[in-house]
Design a protein around this ligand. Structure first.
Ligand SMILES: C[S@@+](CC[C@H](N)C(=O)[O-])C[C@H]1O[C@@H](n2cnc3c(N)ncnc32)[C@H](O)[C@@H]1O
Length: 314
C-alpha cells in the first residue's frame, strides 16, 4: 500500500521561506529548520533546491524556491479571475458536490498505492509526530484522517519504538483504506472507512476526548466549505484537552490552482480536477478563522505556498 512507483504526487514548486515558529509548549521539540531551507544539510535534496539560475529550470522536476514577485502576483490574480469569470456550469456543479467519495474511490481504484509518496518533510515539519514513536513517549493515540495510502501512518509505524503508540487511520474512500501493508500491525493501528463530515465521531473506534494528535494532510482542501464547521467540531470532540491538530494543505495561488483551466471552478478557490476530485486553496487567515474558534493556533506558516498549521485544543 505504501510502496510508490512511477508517478509522484507532485507538490507545488513556488516557495516561500518557512519560518522557525517556536512552540508555546516548552515540552515540545523546537523546530529549528524547515523543508524549504534545511540549514543542517548542504546536499541538493528536495527541500534545498533553490532556482537561482533560470537556465537550470529543467534540472529537477520541482524546485523549492522561486521568487514570488509583483509581476507573478498580478499574473496569478489575472489567472484566477479568468477562472472565476468562467466557472463550472451550474447544472454540472451539483454532480461534483454530491457523493465526493465516489471520485476518490475511483481514483484509488486506478492508482492503488502508486500515487502518493512517503513524505520526507513530515519529520521536519511536524517533529511532534516522530516524537510519539520514541520508546519513552508513553501512551500516544494518533488519528490520520483522509489517510489515502497511509502516507503518515505507515512511515511512523516503520520507525516506531513505542510499545504504547496506537494509530487510527480513516478515509471515506473504501479503496484507499487497505490493510495489506507489511507495516499494518493490529497491535498498533486500526484503519477504517469514515467520512469526516459525518455528524458525530466514530465512537465504535474512538472515544470522545481521547486522542493526542489528529493529522490532516491535504484533506480539508477536498472538503466542501459548507462542511468545515462539522469537521472542526468532530476533530475537537475526539481530541483530549491539549491535543494537537497537525494540518498541511494547499495555499492560495499555488501552481496547482493556477494550472486550472476555465470551467473547473465550483466556487471561489474551490475546483474540480479532471478526475472529479475537488480541491480548495486556502489563505492562512482563512485557516486561522476556521480553526481559531475552538483551538489555539500554535503555528501557521506558509511554505512553498502550502499552509502548515499546528493547533491545540484548549
Ligand atoms: C489529496 S488526498 C491526501 C491523502 C493523504 N492524506 C496524503 O496526504 O497522502 C485527500 C484524501 O482525503 C480523503 N477525503 C476527502 N474527503 C474526506 C472526508 N470527508 N472524509 C474522509 N476522507 C476524506 C480522500 O479520499 C483522499 O484520500
Amino acid at each position: 500500500m505504501l510502496k510508490t512507483t512511477g508517478k509522484e504526487y507532485l507538490e507545488p514548486t513556488m516557495t516561500e521561506d518557512a519560518t522557525n515558529v517556536p512552540s508555546s509548549d516548552n515540552t515540545k521539540l523546537i523546530k529549528d529548520w524547515s523543508s524549504v531551507r534545511d540549514i543542517r544539510q548542504e546536499t541538493n535534496t528536495f527541500g534545498t533546491r533553490l532556482l537561482e539560475n533560470k537556465e537550470d529550470v529543467w534540472h529537477h522536476n520541482a524546485w523549492d524556491h522561486v521568487e514570488w514577485n509583483e509581476e507573478q502576483e498580478i499574473a496569478a490574480k489575472q489567472k484566477v479571475s479568468l477562472q472565476s469569470n468562467n466557472p463550472m456550469k451550474l447544472e454540472d456543479r451539483q454532480i461534483f458536490l454530491k457523493n465526493p467519495s465516489e471520485y476518490w474511490n475511483t481514483f484509488y481504484k486506478h492508482n492503488e498505492n502508486k500515487f502518493f509518496k512517503d513524505r520526507q518533510w513530515l519529520k521536519i515539519e511536524f517533529p511532534e509526530l516522530h516524537h510519539t514513536t520514541n520508546n519513552e513517549s508513553g501512551n500516544q493515540k494518533i488519528f490520520e484522517i483522509g489517510c489515502g495510502a497511509g502516507n503518515t501512518m505507515f512511515p511512523l509505524l516503520s520507525v516506531n519504538k513505542n510499545p504504547n503508540l496506537f494509530i487510527y487511520a480513516c478515509d471515506f474512500a473504501e479503496n484507499a483504506v487497505q490493510v495489506n501493508n507489511k507495516e499494518y500491525d493490529p497491535k498498533h493501528c486500526k484503519a477504517f472507512v469514515w467520512d469526516l463530515t459525518n455528524k458525530g465521531i466514530p465512537i465504535e473506534y474512538i472515544e470522545p476526548n481521547s486522542l493526542d494528535i489528529v493529522v490532516l494532510i491535504f484533506v480539508m482542501s477536498a472538503i466542501c466549505p459548507n462542511d468545515w464547521i462539522q469537521v472542526v467540531d468532530n476533530v475537537y470532540n475526539m481530541l483530549k484537552p491539549g491535543g494537537l491538530v497537525l494540518f498541511r494543505d494547499y495555499g492560495k495561488y499555488d501552481m496547482v490552482q493556477l494550472r486550472f483551466k476555465e470551467g473547473r471552478m465550483l466556487s471561489d478557490n474551490f475546483y474540480v480536477r479532471g478526475d472529479g476530485t475537488r480541491v480548495y486553496f486556502f489563505t492562512s487567515d482563512e485557516i486561522e478563522k476556521i480553526w481559531g474558534s475552538k483551538f489555539s493556533i500554535e503555528q501557521n506558516a506558509v511554505d512553498r505556498r502550502l499552509i502548515n498549521m499546528v493547533t491545540r485544543k484548549i
